[in-house]
Design a protein around this ligand. Sequence first.
Ligand code: 5AD
Ligand code: SF4
Length: 449
Amino acid sequence: MRRNSVYIETYGCQMNAADTELMLGILQNQGYEIAKDAKDADVVLLNTCSIRENAEQRIYGRLGNFKAIKTEKPDLVVGILGCMAERLRKDLIEEKKIVDLVVGPDEYRRLPELIDVAFNGEKGIGVKLSRTETYDDIIPYREDGLQAWISVMRGCDKFCTFCVVPFTRGRERSRALDSVVNEVKLLSKRGFKEITMLGQNVNSYLDNGNDFADLLAACAVIDRKIRIRFTTSHPQDLSDKLLYTIAEHKNICNYIHLPVQSGSNRILELMNRTYTIENYLSLINRARKIIPGVSFSTDIISGFPTETYEDHVMTLDIMRKVKYDGAYMFKYSPREGTKSFKMNDDVSEEIKTKRLQEIIQLQQQISYEVNQGLLGKEEIILVEGLSRKSEQFLAGRTDGNKVVIFPFKDNIKEGSYIKVKINRATSATLFGEFAGFAETHNDDFALTA
Ligand code: 5AD
Ligand code: SF4
């Protein structure tokens, strides 16, 4: 029997989703078929995340399922890819014996070879980190659609004290500008309409003197019907040049994910975030001046070691000041190997939970208020298809990444840009009415491509 079908299950961030496509590209090149379901595959790979303890617990749970499947299907190759592979290689191979394959983020090129090792009954292990690997020349496997990811840089050199990423994904390195540009051209030919440029810290992108602003500008002119997003930005590296580039190109979304993590300068210093709340707020104000109407989202950690009630109140305060459109909010989770792991995790679980709930509640209220401010206004959206809840409605997304629901019309096609007048809003969703077609991403927009 030929053993040639592979299934990859993806956990964690968008970088992992992009890496999965990369690996499927590599495997397809080697003649593998891509299975839609784990039960149809000869090789099952979990692309994993280590960012918090509960992410790893979930994946361990899933591994347990495969252990059961493997007793019935002993030839099945089960592998762990990504951040957990890098962090827990020994534990996975020696103690949780069900894993045949452990491959970290910089060794994906060797996947076909390592799968062969596993088929031969040995353990396939590749966990070296690289200073140069960017997978520049590999074309990822992508299903047709509207939205695509492109990872433009890998790794992180910031060493926030809570974060495991610099250890699991290694040092920062950027892809060549030309290779990213070529990938955007390919996606344009295939009819994609939205591209998200990915990196743990995209603002430190650098290739031959071209910085991230240069990269965005080079990609934006390729196809004005493609709108471009990017994530994640570190406040330290978000330059005015980048802000002006976003303002200048209407198809670069007016949306910045700018993790603040905490509202307390004392905690920010313990986190090694390298900015103060005052710096952060002045950056937000500068961005709002340069890009009128820009939206912000953020990441917040509650219960970092030594966080007092006063520190927590400062976090609530920065949220009120910035009025984020959205936030990803987490309880602090100690990660072995990081600097903060050596600090005493002294905020009790109960208090972490209580503070997190307050943060979530406040964000809901802020999102609701921000969205109420859009009532009566027209937004340009990219139509994504039928709404999830009803065939009588269509759904799309604004420049600021908000979902908009509006009544179905059969002349409105997926992938087109339209104007919608907003007439109702919750904290999570906008509702509106069709108000006309938009020629491109934005009406006042000269087609230059
Ligand atoms: N505990 C809780 N949240 C974390 N993050 C990163 N590491 C941790 C941790 N140890 C959060 C940060 C980061 C986001 C991707 O995950 O907010 O911005
Ligand atoms: Fe982790 Fe900080 Fe790097 Fe983000 S910037 S990946 S939080 S170390």
